[in-house]
Design a protein around this ligand. Structure first.
Ligand SMILES: Nc1ncnc2c1ncn2[C@@H]1O[C@H](COP(=O)(O)OP(=O)(O)OP(=O)(O)O)[C@@H](O)[C@H]1O
Ligand SMILES: [Mg+2]
Length: 453
């Protein structure tokens, strides 16, 4: 059986050397021979070896010096020394200098084979472990985080650098660029990775509600506060709190946030007791915070506190080389999810995807691919499966519907469902997938309209 390991044999006795080389070749090893330490070192400059097998007694530079020289360059490669019974002390010295093992001469062939086999197996295991570790680390830290352009690689390396510290990180970027993914990656690579990862979208909540979401409230602190409730800061204790759209926080809540950042302390809304937490704070914004500060909507002191480290995620249009990669990734994902066998996109589709401006960034690309997968009846995505804003360049408004504010919701619903059915060629299942509802719901609605209810 061939095992593809390469052994360098160093032996000054030419007969012994050729005998050994033949023996090892028969065992399936690839071999090189050297008759001196000098020759061995020269060979090692140009060729990679997995094991060095060297005689103890060599002319000129001896085996101990050979070990020293090898170890200067390579701390890992196993060195096996062959020595006469009479010089066991030397063999021990060799082990102390970093040799792996010694064999006594005259050589016992079985012992030689066993030793080499053992070393080979261990090396293989180490290699596999190493590869596995690298794969796992990558997978865990940047799980589902696709990008191979230099902009993204630079960003991954910034994330790796900043994650271990306790500093607040401000994540900036347009909508849909992956700010939440960055926050998750920082958490996963941080010392608090074992703790909770808690997210709060600040834009969705009005001032008072936001405050009680962040800090919790005590029973009876306001009308409707029927129970005492923990806030996100308490929930994120010994973990990470990710404040999304941090610019949308009222000035009043900003003051309180600043205090927690500075002291780790706060009180629940309506509460008397001062609480203390240990939380790594991450914040994201798609606004220019310096402008918010200049215009008085964001506190300068808070800005400096959360902007200790800034990660700017470039918009998708500035890293177009990632588009094919992301497209493939989403294709595989959504094809699997919809149990469809889709091989790829047509060259025209790829060109459109690469040329488009992507105002909604990766999220918009993801949605476009999901939609195409659902609509496609073949195993290739064609132009007709793309949303029309991609195929009619220059069109900036929503291509689907022109709705007026104040249109009754049931009319909006009807129009959206009918337009989607038009798009899916009448398939209720596909329309339901696109709209994120059950097929039954669509069937029910259609029936309702048909019967004029
Ligand atoms: N590099 C990427 N690789 C894979 N998926 C990505 C990548 N970037 C973003 N996505 C996906 O795109 C979608 C939007 O990402 P995310 O929610 O992180 O964006 P965001 O910047 O927080 O957006 P918003 O400003 O709207 O909150 C998610 O489904 C996310 O998984
Ligand atoms: Mg987000």
């Amino acid at each position: 059986m061939k095992n593809h390991q390469r052994i360098l044999v160093v032996e000054d006795d030419k007969n012994s050397l050729s005998g050994l080389l033949k023996l090892l070749q028969r065992e399936g090893y690839e071999t090189s021979g050297a008759i001196s330490a000098y020759e061995a070192l020269a060979l090692m400059e140009t060729q990679h070896y997995d094991i060095v097998l060297s005689d103890m007694k060599l002319p000129g530079l001896g085996a101990l010096s050979l070990i020293d020289e090898i170890r200067k360059k390579d701390t890992e490669i196993p060195i096996v020394i062959m020595t006469a019974y009479s010089s066991i002390e030397n063999a021990v010295a060799a082990i102390k200098r970093g040799a792996e093992e010694y064999l006594t001469k005259p050589l016992n062939i079985d012992a030689l084979k066993r030793t080499l086999k053992k070393i080979g197996e261990r090396q293989l295991l180490l290699k596999e472990n190493e590869a596995l570790k690298v794969r796992l680390e990558k997978k865990n830290a940047f799980q589902e985080f696709i990008g191979n352009t230099k902009e993204m690689r630079k960003m991954f390396s910034t994330i790796r650098d900043v994650a271990p510290s306790t500093a607040t990180v401000l994540i900036c970027g347009e909508t849909g660029v992956g700010k939440e993914l960055v926050a998750q990656a920082v958490h996963r690579l941080s010392p608090q990775k074992g703790g909770p990862f808690t997210v709060l979208h600040c834009a969705a909540l009005a001032g008072g509600v936001l405050e009680s979401e962040l800090f919790g409230h005590d029973k009876g602190s306001f009308t409707g506060a029927l129970y005492t409730r923990k806030g996100r800061f308490e929930m994120a204790h010994q973990g990470t709190l990710f404040l999304d759209e941090v610019s949308e926080m009222s000035l009043q809540v900003q003051v309180k946030l600043l205090r927690v950042i500075e002291t780790g302390q706060f009180e629940r809304v309506g509460g008397e007791v001062t609480k203390e937490v240990d939380v790594r704070l991450l914040a994201a914004t798609n606004k220019d915070l310096t402008k918010e500060v200049a215009e008085g909507r964001f506190r300068k002191d808070l800005y400096y506190r959360i902007n200790v480290i800034k990660i700017d995620i470039p918009p998708l249009r500035d890293r177009r080389d990632d588009i094919p990669l992301l497209t493939d990734y989403f294709l595989i994902h959504y094809a699997q999810k919809n149990t469809k066998n889709i091989k790829g996109v047509s060259p025209e589709v790829m060109k459109l995807l690469k040329d488009y401006n992507w105002p909604g960034n990766v999220r918009e690309l993801e949605n476009a691919i999901e939609r195409a997968v659902v609509l496609s009846k073949k195993n290739v995505i064609e132009t007709e499966h793309l949303p029309s804003n991609l195929t009619h360049s220059g069109e900036t408004t929503s291509p689907y519907l022109q709705l007026r504010v104040g249109t009754p919701l049931k009319d909006v619903e009807k129009e959206v469902i009918l337009k989607t059915l038009e798009l899916t060629g009448g398939s209720k299942t596909d329309a339901a997938k696109l709209l994120g509802v059950s097929t039954r719901k669509i069937e029910y609605k259609v029936k309702e309209w048909e019967t004029g209810q």
